[in-house]
Design a protein around this ligand. Structure first.
Ligand code: UT7
Length: 315
């Protein structure tokens, strides 16, 4: 199996900014509670001209441009999402068609909730090793505002919309490790198509306990498998569910907080989009550069977890 590197990133920001004070006008909550419990100050929702499709296409287009890869060279398209408008066609298929990507390649959506982007990288790696392609496109996109119960204060303050994308390249050597798993659980649910209105429901405290265990577990497994330490890693990009979860894990691992980027203050929890959005911001800030070694960690619905250690490179 060849390894992969990320060689270009992009993101799309939904147009509607919703602050904690805006939500306090709808449900019984306040900025102090949301900020102190989660670190979230505002989140973004799609405006009337946006959808999961427009966000993912914009993020994908930017990632392709940043990578310098031509569309004809893309040999698989994977989109991680749980909130697309259509179950079929997949979001990945809609992006493929509308961006004019090749037809004779594998194209599909992955559902591993907040771990989805990292699962998607490994799925793409498998496809590229199977079909001999060199470049793949992996997107994480959510329009969670479609699924939120705006009368439930325990969830509606947490989530947001967004999309991030990355172009990957196969490499013959280099650092690459992955850890993927799932416990199977109903602690976070969204009903599928049927008579029941689809809403996100979450047992917050149970998921919190799971998350503070999953992050160090993924990081320690990646360290053991690769033989490297966090000193050798330039950035650890974790799913942006809650600042308290990240702060707790950083303390527990005695890690350098500067290596654990946080942007949930501006976007809330965007599930599968959160890791690629954070990665793109780090690239734009010059904190992730070609040659850097990065870790990415996801955890969430299904009680899935996912970690990857890889290089950020160039075409
Ligand atoms: O993306 C997938 C991964 N997801 C996560 O990692 C989320 C993990 N869980 C969490 O981040 C936290 O559990 C939450 C942020 C969801 C909740 O924080 P918490 O500290 O666990 O609060 P809680 O659920 O124990 O609620 C404490 C109190 C309750 O009131 P009582 O029973 O103590 O009177 C809630 O009713 O806070 C109340 N509450 C609120 N108050 C004001 C719940 N939501 C709100 C709210 N505003 N929005």
């Amino acid at each position: 199996m060849k390894n992969i590197e990320i060689i270009g990133t992009g993101m799309a920001k939904p147009g509607k900014v919703v602050t904690n004070d805006d939500l306090a006008k709808i449900v019984e909550t306040n900025d102090e509670w949301i900020t102190s419990r989660t670190g979230i100050k505002e989140r973004r929702f799609c405006d009337e001209n946006q959808s999961a499709y427009t966000l993912s296409a914009e993020a994908a287009q930017k990632a392709i441009e940043a990578s310098g890869v031509s569309k004809e060279e893309i040999s698989c398209v994977i989109c991680a999402t749980v909130s697309a408008e259509y179950v079929t066609p997949s979001l990945a298929c809609i992006v493929q068609r509308n961006l004019g990507l090749p037809e004779d390649i594998p194209v599909l959506d992955v559902n591993a909730a907040c771990s989805g982007f990292i699962y998607g990288l490994e799925v793409a790696r498998g496809f590229l090793n199977g079909n001999g392609g060199k470049y793949g496109l992996v997107i994480g996109c959510e329009q969670l505002s479609r699924l939120m119960d705006m009368t439930d204060r325990s969830t509606c303050v947490l989530f947001g919309d967004g999309a991030g994308a990355a172009v990957i390249k196969t490499v013959d050597d280099g650092i690459y490790e992955t850890v993927l798993g799932a416990r199977g659980g109903y602690e976070i649910t969204v009903e599928g198509a049927g008579p029941v209105v689809s809403h996100i429901k979450m047992e917050g405290q149970e998921v919190f306990k799971f998350a503070v265990d999953a992050i160090p577990k993924c990081i320690n497994a990646l360290k053991e498998k690769s033989g490297i330490t966090l000193d050798d890693v330039d950035q650890v990009i974790c799913h942006q569910a809650n600042a308290r979860i990240l702060d707790h894990c950083v303390r527990k691992m005695k890690a350098d907080p500067e290596k654990f980027y946080k942007n949930m203050d501006r976007y809330g929890n965007t599930s599968a989009a959160s890791v690629p959005v954070a990665l793109d911001e780090l690239v734009k800030l010059g904190k992730v550069n070609p040659g850097d070694t990065i870790m990415m960690v996801g955890f969430g619905g299904g009680l899935t977890w996912a970690g990857v250690l890889l290089k950020y490179g160039v075409k």
